[in-house]
Write a protein that binds this ligand. Structure first.
Ligand code: PLP
Length: 428
């Protein structure tokens, strides 16, 4: 594969931006080699700046549930752009998208739009602290909630610990307010609530944790978390930035039949444009300024072009029974890949989210520390071999893959063939 143009662009980029990128994982550090520069995407595939074509399973890290450049989304964006790129004032599209969110998501009575998932989570945490008047928050090891200070925290050893920052620039005093517990462990959870419950403003979880592989949780674990929150007066926040509008119209809340107090959204809700949102119970959301004392604002929030992209995306998903189709496509992916992976790896999947876990010694992990370290080494080699064959998986073993409505049976067959060849080339 010739990637001379990507290499030249990357050299230029590295002179100008940290590691040449605007988000760390794009730098390919986890898999090695030069990042591929996209030129154009269409449907399930994209062409890079050297003219190579790939089946794309990253899909912009989740937003492109309809595939690249879906005609209806592009048309909606064009029309909106012609009417004005930004107003910084109310517009009809934000009302229409808010109606969709409120009608779709369990327990969501009021919603506010922001411009990213990080912003949505940051604001939801502030609302929880404002509503409860409590300082601490609880999160789970392996769950990612964006890059705001309080959430860039991981656990030390032990069951429930005070957090220590996992990023430079996060004050220890702030990280100490974040209690971190392992996933899939009721006992650790109960101990954490016994110790800190009365100080907790909220517990936040990715109900379908998809940022350290795909760590599928048992419903009983999520239900126990909801019970402990209710009993202690802490709010339950579902971070549905990945799962919202992807696994079902009502996200993981619908899948598990558990309604959180607040939820955060991003990715699919913007259809590829910068949109995030947080919403939930009316009395809680009434804390948000100017109704209440919790300040939150944004110059580009509710941007008309971004709202149009989100709205068009959700309309197509609904009209085409998208969630059912994506589940069928996921099953097809499993059928195509599982026989090839046999003895070499596992395909963990929920709907259109999947994770290639290259270990077979134990069942698919449900918690971060159960992920076999050698799986990442194996992934590194396989990633390169698949790239050479026109299959673009996320450049990190800990990232999941996404199917879109644009992926076809041909794409899956192509991927299966590439995987077979790639596995014949890499050894473990
Ligand atoms: N929450 C979850 C579950 C995410 O997966 C992400 C990003 O991947 C975020 C929050 C942050 O969203 P953004 O990257 O739009 O700031």
């Amino acid at each position: 594969m010739r990637i001379a143009t990507s290499e030249a662009l990357y050299r230029r980029a590295c002179q100008l931006m940290p590691a040449g990128v605007n988000s760390p994982v794009r730098a390919f550090r986890a898999v090695g080699g030069t990042p591929i520069f996209y030129r154009q995407g269409q449907g399930s595939r994209f062409t890079d700046v050297d003219g190579n074509t790939f089946v794309d399973y990253v899909m912009s890290w989740g937003p492109l549930i309809l595939g690249h450049a879906h005609p209806e989304v592009v048309e909606a964006v064009k029309k909106a752009a012609e009417r004005g790129l930004s107003f910084g004032a109310p517009c009809e599209a934000e009302v229409a998208l808010a109606e969709k969110v409120v009608a779709s998501y369990p327990g969501c009575e009021l919603v506010r739009f922001v411009s990213s998932g990080t912003e949505a989570v940051m604001a939801a945490i502030r609302v929880a602290r404002g509503f409860t008047g409590r300082p601490r928050i609880l999160k789970f090891e392996g769950c990612y909630h964006g890059h705001s200070d309080s959430l860039l925290v991981k656990a030390g050893s032990g069951l429930a610990t005070f957090g220590t920052p996992s990023s430079g620039g996060v004050p220890a005093a702030l990280a100490e307010l974040t209690v971190v517990v392992p996933l899939d462990d009721e006992q650790a959870l109960e101990e954490a609530f016994a110790r800190y419950g009365s100080e907790l403003a909220c517990a936040i979880i990715e109900p379908i944790p998809a940022n350290a592989g795909l760590l599928l949780q048992r419903r009983e674990f999520l239900a126990r978390l909801a019970d402990l929150c209710r009993a202690s007066g802490a709010l339950l926040i579902f971070d549905e930035v990945i799962s919202g509008f992807r696994v079902a119209r009502g996200g993981a809340a619908q899948v598990f039949g558990i309604t959180p107090d607040l939820a955060t959204f991003g990715k699919v809700i913007g259809g590829g444009m910068p949109v995030g949102a947080f919403g939930g119970r009316r009395d809680i959301m009434e804390q948000v300024a100017p109704l209440g004392s919790v300040y939150q604002a944004g110059t580009l929030s509710g941007n008309p072009v971004a709202m149009a992209a989100g709205l068009a995306t959700l309309q197509v998903l609904e009209r085409e029974a998208g969630w059912e189709k994506l589940e069928r496509l996921g099953q097809e992916l499993e059928l195509a890949l599982l026989p090839i992976l046999s003895g070499r790896g596992q395909l963990v999947r929920l709907g259109s989210i999947f994770w290639l876990y290259l270990d077979t010694a134990s069942p698919a992990p449900r918690r971060f520390d159960a992920i076999a370290p050698h799986a990442a080494e194996r992934y590194r080699a396989l990633h390169r071999a698949l790239l050479e064959r026109g299959v673009y998986l996320a450049p990190s073993a800990y990232e999941v893959g996404f199917l879109s409505l644009a992926h076809t049976s041909d794409d899956l067959a192509f991927t299966a063939q590439a995987l077979q060849q790639a596995l014949a080339e890499v050894y473990w």
